[in-house]
Design a protein around this ligand. Structure first.
Ligand SMILES: NC(=O)c1ccc[n+]([C@@H]2O[C@H](COP(=O)([O-])OP(=O)(O)OC[C@H]3O[C@@H](n4cnc5c(N)ncnc54)[C@H](OP(=O)(O)O)[C@@H]3O)[C@@H](O)[C@H]2O)c1
Length: 244
C-alpha cells in the first residue's frame, strides 16, 4: 500500500507502521518533530519499507495540513490509505484542574482531527477513493466518570467518522474507525492497566487486518468489543453508581 501516516513516531502508530514496512509498503510520515520523524523513517526503511518520506505536520497547527498532505500525496502518487493515530490524552483530574489543557485536548482530538480528515477526504475522493483509518477510542462510547472530557473528544470524532463513512463509502472512501481499549503505550504510562489491557503490536496486527478489509469499525484488543457491548446497554443509573 501507499500510506500517508500521521502519528507513526510512537505507540500504536509506530507498531502499525512497522507492520506496513515489513510487507514493503510505501510510507509518507507526517509529524510535528523532524528528529522523531527522521528516527522513525530510518527504522521503517531498515524494516523493509520500499520508500519513506517525512513531512512536518502538527495537529495543533491546522494551517499546515494542506501543505503537508499535498507534499505526501505528490510523493506517493496514488494513496491507498491515510492513517491517523496522533492524539492527546490527559487524566480527568488533570483536565478538571486545567481549563486550557481541557480546551487543547478537545481541540486536538476533535476539531483539528476533523479538519485534517476533511483535507484527507477531499484528496482521497479526488483520486477516486481510498481508505481513511483514524484512531478514536472506546472512551467515546458512553459518558464515563474517568474520561468525561477525553471521552467526549473521542465521542465527537467517532460520530464524525461514522457519518463520513455513511456518506462517502459508495464513492470509494472507506472509513475505518479504530476503537482501542486500554493499550500499554507512552500515553497510558503510569496508569494502572485494567483487565484486557493490550500491547501495541497485537493491536497493530488486528488493525492492519481490518484496514486491508475496509472494516468500518474495529475494536482492539478484541475483548473490548464485548466489554463495550455490555457498557453501551447499561442503564444511566448504573453508570452513575459505578466508577468505570
Ligand atoms: N493507549 C491507549 O490506551 C489508547 C486507548 C484508546 C485510544 N487511544 C488513541 O489511540 C491513538 C494512539 O495512541 P497511543 O497510545 O499510541 O499514543 P502515543 O504513544 O502517545 O503516541 C501518540 C502519537 O501522536 C503524535 N502526536 C501527538 N500530538 C501531536 C501533534 N500535535 N501533532 C502531530 N502528532 C502528534 C505523537 O507524536 P510525537 O512523537 O511528536 O509525540 C505520537 O506519534 C491516540 O489517538 C489515542 O487517543 C489510545
Amino acid at each position: 500500500m501507499n500510506v500517508v501516516f500521521l502519528g507513526a513516531t510512537k505507540g500504536m502508530g509506530s507498531a502499525l507502521s512497522r507492520r506496513m514496512a515489513a510487507r514493503g509498503d510505501r510510507l509518507a510520515l507526517l509529524g510535528r518533530t523532524s528528529s522523531s520523524l527522521d528516527d522513525a523513517a530510518r527504522d521503517l526503511a531498515v524494516r523493509g519499507a520500499s520508500e519513506v518520506s517525512t513531512h512536518l505536520c502538527d495537529l495543533e497547527k491546522p494551517e499546515g495540513f494542506d501543505a503537508a498532505l499535498d507534499a505526501a500525496f505528490a510523493k506517493l502518487g496514488r494513496v491507498d490509505a491515510v492513517v491517523v493515530t496522533a492524539g492527546l490524552f490527559a487524566t480527568q483530574d488533570e483536565l478538571e484542574a486545567d481549563a486550557s489543557l481541557a480546551e487543547r485536548v478537545t481541540r486536538v482530538n476533535f476539531t483539528n482531527t476533523v479538519v485534517f480528515c476533511e483535507a484527507a477526504r477531499r484528496r482521497l475522493l479526488a483520486q477516486g477513493g481510498g481508505k481513511l483509518c483514524v484512531f478514536s477510542s472506546v472512551a467515546g462510547e458512553r459518558g464515563r466518570k474517568p474520561v468525561v472530557i477525553y471521552g467526549a473528544s473521542k465521542a465527537g470524532l467517532s460520530r464524525y467518522l461514522e457519518g463520513l463513512d455513511h456518506k462517502f463509502r459508495a464513492q470509494g472512501l472507506e472509513v475505518v474507525t479504530v476503537k482501542p481499549g486500554f493499550v500499554k503505550t507512552g500515553m497510558t504510562a503510569g496508569l494502572k492497566p485494567p483487565p484486557f489491557a493490550g500491547e501495541p503490536d497485537a493491536v497493530a496486527e488486528t488493525v492492519l487486518r481490518a484496514l486491508d478489509r475496509g472494516d468500518p469499525v474495529v475494536y482492539a484488543p478484541a475483548p473490548w468489543a464485548l466489554v463495550m457491548a455490555v457498557i453501551r446497554h447499561l442503564p444511566r443509573g448504573v453508570m452513575r453508581r459505578v466508577g468505570f
